[in-house]
Design a protein around this ligand. Sequence first.
Ligand code: CA
Length: 238
Amino acid sequence: MNDVPAEILSSPRVLLVEDEKKTRESVAEGLRMELWDVTAAADGGEATGLLERGAFDLIVLDGMLPDRDGLDVLRQARGRGVQTPVLMLTARAAEDDRVLGLEAGADDYLAKPFAFVELLARCRALLRRPVLGAGKLLNCGDLQLDTRARVAVRAGKEIALTPREVDMLEYLLRYQGQIVTREMLERDVWKQAHRFTSLDNVIDVQLMRLRKKVDGEGAEKLIHTLRGLGYRLGKEAG
Ligand code: CA
């Protein structure tokens, strides 16, 4: 999957956060027509819960939500190391809203009302960005992976990895700060979505081996196991 824009990967995972039912449903339907994998949330609390339990390639986030401010949801996710591109929807084209959104970590914004084609174009542009797509170097703390040379380095020292381990590490780094489930690894790294027998044990064993190599002795733990959920790569903050 090196250098392949995320957009053309099977189906980008999109989190759509919008309290207005009509807008939420029509945008979700439109994106699903593009065969994107859409998860919709109606408020900030729901969005935060989803962000803590899953991983997304793109977040479309309404700024004005009934419970929590969209900016607040965004700041919290960025604070946990989530690097997923975010398109903010703003009610007004006010300069202040845009500046605040960008400061909180949004990558782009779209003022309401908008045409669906405009939203789709912005989403596509964000999915093409290097953070999830064609980036060469992926980092987390003192861990670095060169996706082209397929070489991983921790604290300046090269880590000897098998090709599968490089694939796993690249995937975890792309979704850093987010929970990567075994189903995701099975589908996107092992490329076996509909196997009769689950690969869970195989994945667990290989992940354990990868973690031993990456985190080693004495180093800050970067790969975390979340019981019953999956794995998360990132600093312990979240
Ligand atoms: Ca709203």
